[in-house]
Ligand binder design. Structure first.
Ligand code: HEM
Length: 55
């Protein structure tokens, strides 16, 4: 298998979708959702995408 991890995750769009789902799952989890009460969801999704993109 010669595809890079970036490619296997679906490139930019795939990583953006994964990051969006990760953030949504955290926000939907009543145990931890209060942690994100003051978060700008759009910005948070963008930053998580950056984090995964460069990891
Ligand atoms: C694939 C990536 C990730 C997975 C699988 C994951 C999974 C989890 C899980 C299982 C929990 C505990 C939920 C519970 O106790 O009910 C958690 C908590 C948490 N996660 Fe993530 N997480 C991921 C990425 C992130 C990222 C990128 C951030 C940063 C924005 C983040 C921030 C947090 C915070 C703040 C908590 C609450 C911690 C606490 O209050 O003790 N997570 N996550």
């Amino acid at each position: 298998m010669s595809d890079t991890l970036f490619e296997r995750l679906g490139r930019e769009e795939g990583i953006r979708n994964i990051s969006s789902d990760v953030v949504d799952l955290h926000l939907d989890n009543p145990t931890i959702s209060a942690r994100f009460a003051a978060s700008d969801t759009t910005k948070l999704k963008r930053m998580v995408t950056e984090l995964f993109r460069w990891s």
